[in-house]
Design a binder for this molecule. Structure first.
Ligand code: FAD
Length: 458
């Protein structure tokens, strides 16, 4: 039976709720400004319609509601310069061939002479390959100028209630949680599985896992966390149940997925469509049903916030050297400075989230590849989401968490010479995912206040 772990929380890996909330008060305005006001971070390019669900026939799970639709940018002039393939394409030609993966690696050790024209940074050149680097945690969104890709304004297509529900969405969530079914820790450096699809996904296993999950829910262990959250004293690491036979890395995988799910639920409850009045407003009943009575889910949002925040703090040096390529140096400088302001507001080192406790034990080291493969599968499952808006934000956030994991586990804060390259879609996804989590923390605080006020009256 898989290890479904609704209550499992990593010990000693991240800061307390109070610390995270205080930090969020300070950081939220920076995040809001970057994601809403800069061309670079308010837009995204992805394959929204061209990839078919690789796991099942998803035609019955399609959402036909207007709210599920995405307005893509069809006209070249609507796409900001910093995102125009044509602009990036200008940098092609004999002086600026994008280096292949092998060359990129060599380039890290020995600069490629004359390969990237003078003053042309790698991040400014159209990426032709959508191949995974060995150290990627996600399937990269195709950024090639020739392959089909869709440009979207994230500001004009906010993540909110869409009405996508039922068997279609349930099937996707179940498939994502099934990725948490790690096999026994590998021995002798073997990896466990390339893909859990086909290997672990039997109906019986799913039923057994669901039963286990329900039993755990009924045990009511979440009550301790609930009161601690209400008092603001709980560390985000509070662990009401210890799963002795479950290693830290598997718990982290579960928490990332559950925290992403909980954060999506928070946004859809916060920006909810009252179908009688046609008004968009917070829906307290939705919050209570999906989150308030499940403190472990809320705790997982805090956990993810700490994890992503640590990753953003860790790329400070990378951003200093990064080219934003809008052809408008002033705009690029403003964008760079706003990200640096954000990264500088994040406490350095393991104070917020200590990634160094993971993948240290020789027994768990081989789990890393398994962990990475499972995360790539979650990213593939996103093509099975039958609502365009949900797929857009689902893909962006999966990429954001994948990028955070890549930065945490593959980047060296002190020596960036061997760091894998960071694609522009990864950077945009990382910062927007942090903004989504930050918004979730704000919304949860408001929802809690609404409950207190309601209870004070009754
Ligand atoms: P679901 O949220 O579908 O949950 C299914 C089951 O998972 C629950 O019954 C519960 O047992 C378990 N569960 C729920 N939350 C957690 C958690 N945090 N951790 C662990 N287990 C949990 N809808 C929108 O309106 N707007 C969106 O932007 C949107 N984006 C989506 C993105 C993706 C990738 C997917 C798959 C769905 C999205 N949806 C969105 C749909 C939404 O997530 C719900 O599936 C839908 O609202 C139906 O909710 P539900 O009450 O049936 O439970």
């Amino acid at each position: 039976v898989c290890d479904f772990e609704p209550g499992a929380i990593v010990s000693d890996a991240c800061a307390s709720y109070n610390t995270l909330e205080q930090l969020n008060e300070a950081i939220h305005p920076y995040l809001h400004s970057i994601t809403q006001n800069t061309d670079f971070f308010s837009h995204y390019r992805l394959s929204l319609y061209t990839k078919k669900c690789p796991f099942w026939n998803d035609e019955n799970g399609m959402c036909g509601n207007v709210a599920c639709a995405v307005n893509t940018l069809e006209n070249e002039e609507d796409i900001p310069l910093v995102w125009r393939a044509k602009e990036l394409g200008k940098l092609e030609g004999p002086t600026a061939h994008h280096p292949g993966k092998k060359q990129q690696r060599e380039h890290k050790q020995r600069p490629l002479q004359g390969e990237l024209g003078a003053n042309v940074d790698e991040s400014c050149v159209v990426e032709y390959d959508d191949e995974c680097d060995d150290r990627d945690y996600c399937i990269p969104e195709d950024q090639s100028a020739t392959a089909k890709g869709d440009y979207v304004s994230l500001v004009d297509n906010p993540e909110r209630f869409t009405g996508y529900a039922g068997v279609g969405s349930q099937q996707v969530w179940e498939a994502i949680y099934r990725e948490n079914c790690f096999s026994k820790p590998p021995k002798n450096g073997q990896t466990t599985a390339q893909s859990s699809f086909g290997g672990f996904g039997s109906q019986q296993q799913m039923l057994a896992a669901n039963q286990l999950r329900n039993v755990m829910k009924e045990q009511g262990f979440q009550q301790n966390v609930k009161s601690a959250i209400a008092q603001g004293t709980a560390p985000a690491t509070l662990d009401p149940v210890e799963f002795d036979d479950t290693c830290l890395e598997k718990r982290v995988f579960y928490r990332v997925v559950s925290g992403m799910h909980a954060s999506i639920s928070t946004h859809l409850c916060w920006d909810y469509l009252n179908q009688t009045t046609g008004q968009w407003s917070p829906n307290l009943a939705c919050y209570e049903k999906r989150l308030h009575n499940f403190p472990d889910r809320i705790s997982n949002i805090y956990f993810n916030y700490a994890l992503v925040m640590r990753a953003v703090g860790k790329i400070k040096q990378h951003i200093k050297d990064y080219s934003f390529c809008s052809e408008d140096p002033e705009q690029d400088l403003r964008t760079k400075n706003s990200v640096l302001r954000l990264a500088s507001a994040i406490p350095a080192g393991p104070e917020i989230f200590d990634e160094t406790v993971m993948f240290q034990d020789p027994d768990t080291l081989a789990l890393k590849e398994d962990f990475r493969n499972r995360f790539r599968n979650v990213s593939r499952i996103m093509d099975c989401v039958g609502c365009d808006k949900c797929r857009l934000w689902g893909k962006l956030q999966t990429n954001g968490y994948g990028t955070a994991l890549k930065v945490l586990f593959e980047f060296d804060e002190n020596d960036s010479s061997k760091d894998p390259p960071l694609r522009r879609t990864e950077l945009v996804a990382l910062v927007n995912t942090m903004h989504r989590l930050s918004h979730s923390l704000m919304a949860i605080k408001e929802f809690r206040q609404m409950i207190e006020e309601r209870d004070a009256i009754s």
